[in-house]
Design a protein. Structure first.
Length: 629
């Protein structure tokens, strides 16, 4: 075991795309984690296929590097607000944070959120001003804005007196002085870590105690818990006690950290112990205070559990704070006519088992029964959080249907309905600010600030209900021709803002089953935007495209042209047609109306009406109208 004074535990936190994972690549190269001749991919920490495709970090990950005799445990955290639950729990494992800030953008919404969490835990930060070599970068402006953010969030004098380094994670250099130092090494960053990150506290001679902050699952080992050893030492096979706790009041109502209780104690032994070396877990026989470890053996380990030696007085730690879900959706069996043709037609029992496995390690996800045999409800931190889970299930070969996300409301003590509210920051070229202001205001967004960067870009700050953002990202990209950047974070709850009109167009719905024809689609494209191309499989109730008018349009995309002997049977293939709009899982979930579903298979993303039969839809509409009178 390494001496505790030679260990440094830290997390890298930042807004999305400010360069956390690329910075870790540079740290690996500088610390010689890999052989000189080893082939190492970029963003090596993002080993998940979805993470590589999307260029984002979804799961918090651990790694360890050695530098000048020090063992540095680093946790790479997600930058997207939907995965902030991953950030909240791992901060309890570290003694300081590296706060990465883009020298061009400065602090952004997720920067505020993760820094607030770190400051509340009493952690110090090292500010890393990254991407200083980019055009229009202003490192000193970004540093000053970051200092302002520290003060605004109530940092103590010690926390506000932070160390800072400047550089480029992509090019692999950092300096203490942006004006005078030579730009060629990573050593200034390592020096700052060793000097300003405190060594882990904890008496190695005291009874063993640790708190579980991360979960993993293995079919061979069972539930695996990860956390930092707070005190003492533990040898493999020695007896342990697992203590579970819970908060007595929800977050936002609690006045201090004393409002919790012990809910159970369970005895067991450790069967496997691991520490992280580089990117790999290494099995060990003994662990001690300051180590970040993985442990298997105790049954039903969950987030926030305290694992300790038997006989220790008051072993339990306060539960970890995990933010409440803000959106929900229903997951159902694929009941469409094409079920089982492009993947595995799973039962509700199989879907339930898959979601329960996910909830063991995804602490921000909740799964609820709704008293119906054909659906189950999942709750998460945002649209992206839930859509990533559905995409993972899809890539496992499963077929299913999902509904449009809905916000989760709550009630104030006086009975007022409250809904999730978000801070929205938008960077757009000046030419598009009019249409963006109009669209966001229609969705109940209130302009809180406007700043012209002097580079042709405008920054707009809004406060908007989460409902207003559902379905807006696609419109935003269209309105700004792909040149706009938007980011948001949930900031709590506010009074219900009234009805939000998120879609002003209807659907074009197929009335027949069969392959779509060029002849039919050529005529339908005059009525709206198509989602399908020629020869696409169609069935009654499936949505062909977006109608240009507010009402739904029933149509026949399988209709064929009657051909005489004077006309070539292949001529219609060459007739002019627009390219259909390709639907991804996220765009489909954003687009559908409350009475529509997204059909997800390994090969296709389709949208359809929840009730496929046209007469059945009419009856449901009449019943709904009568109930609302």
């Amino acid at each position: 075991m390494k001496s505790a004074d030679k260990i440094r535990n830290l997390a890298i936190i930042a807004h999305i795309d400010h360069g956390k994972t690329t910075l870790i690549d540079a740290i690996f190269r500088a610390a010689h984690v890999f052989r000189e001749n080893a082939r190492v991919e970029e963003r090596v920490m993002d080993h998940n296929e979805l993470e590589r495709e999307r260029g984002i970090t979804i799961r918090a990950k651990h790694c360890t590097v050695k530098w000048d005799g020090y063992l540095i445990n680093i946790i790479d955290t997600p930058g997207h607000a939907d995965f902030s639950g991953e950030v909240e729990r791992v901060l309890s494992m570290v003694d300081a944070v590296l706060l990465v800030v883009d020298a061009n953008e400065g602090p952004m919404p997720q920067t505020r959120y993760v820094l607030m969490r770190a400051l509340r835990l009493g952690l110090k930060a090292i500010v890393v001003i990254n991407k200083v070599d980019r055009p229009h970068a202003d490192p000193l402006w970004a540093l000053n804005k970051t200092f302002d953010l520290f003060i605004e969030l109530g940092a103590t004098d010690t926390q506000a007196d932070f160390a800072a380094v400047f550089g480029s994670g992509l090019d692999g250099w950092f300096v203490h002085d942006i004006e005078g130092d030579e730009r060629r090494r990573m050593d200034p960053l390592f020096e700052a870590i060793v000097k300003h990150v405190p060594a882990p506290r904890g008496d190695r001679e005291a009874p063993f105690r640790m708190q579980v902050s991360t979960l993993a699952w293995s079919d061979y080992f069972g539930q695996i818990g990860c956390g930092r050893v707070l005190q003492g030492k533990h040898r493999l096979g020695e007896p342990l006690v697992r203590t579970t706790t819970r908060w007595l009041l929800p977050e936002g109502v609690r006045t201090d950290n004393t409002e919790w209780e012990v809910t159970g104690t369970h005895e067991g032994v450790s069967t496997h112990l691991w520490v992280t070396r580089g990117l790999e877990r290494e099995e060990v026989k003994e662990i001690g205070a300051g180590d970040v470890v993985w442990i298997a053996g105790p049954e039903a380990i969950s987030i926030g559990d305290t694992i300790s030696a038997p006989g220790i007085e008051s072993p339990a730690m306060p539960p970890l704070e995990i933010g409440e879900p803000t959106v929900s959706m229903f997951v159902m069996v694929n009941s469409g006519p094409l079920a089982g043709q492009e993947g595995t037609a799973v039962t509700m029992r199989q879907i339930r088992e898959r979601l329960e496995r996910e909830s063991r390690v995804n602490v921000s996800l909740r799964v609820e029964e709704v008293g119906r045999a054909d659906r189950i409800k999942i709750l998460g931190r945002g649209e992206l959080h839930l859509s990533i889970l559905i995409e993972e299930m899809r890539r496992e070969g499963m077929e299913l249907c999902v509904t449009r996300p809905e916000v989760i409301t709550t009630k104030a003590p006086d009975g007022t309905v409250l809904e999730p509210m978000e801070d929205l920051i938008i960077h757009i070229p000046e030419d598009f600010q009019g249409v963006v202001l109009d669209k966001v205001s229609r969705r109940k967004g209130e302009l809180a600030g406007m700043h012209n960067t002097g580079t042709g870009l405008v920054r707009l700050d809004f406060k908007i209900p989460t409902r207003g953002l559902i379905g807006y990202r696609n419109d935003f990209l269209t309105d700004t021709r792909g040149l706009g950047i938007m980011s948001s974070r949930c900031v709590g709850y506010g009074p219900w803002c009234g009805e939000v009109v998120t879609r002003s167009s209807g659907s074009m719905i197929s009335m027949d089953t069969g392959p779509a024809t060029s002849y039919a689609l050529e005529n339908l494209q005059l009525r709206g935007t198509l989602f399908v191309g020629p020869m696409a499989k169609m069935y009654a109730g499936m949505i062909v495209g977006e109608h240009s008018r507010p009402d739904d349009l029933t149509c026949n995309p399988t209709k064929r042209k009657k051909l005489g002997n004077y006309r070539s049977s292949t001529k219609e293939i060459f007739e002019a047609r627009k390219t259909p709009r390709a639907l991804t899982l996220e765009t489909a979930i954003d687009w559908i109306a409350p009475d529509e579903l997204v059909e997800v298979t390994p090969q296709s993303i389709r949208v359809r009406k929840a009730i496929l039969d046209e007469e059945g839809r009419r009856k449901a509409m009449r019943a709904s109208t009568a109930a609302n009178r």
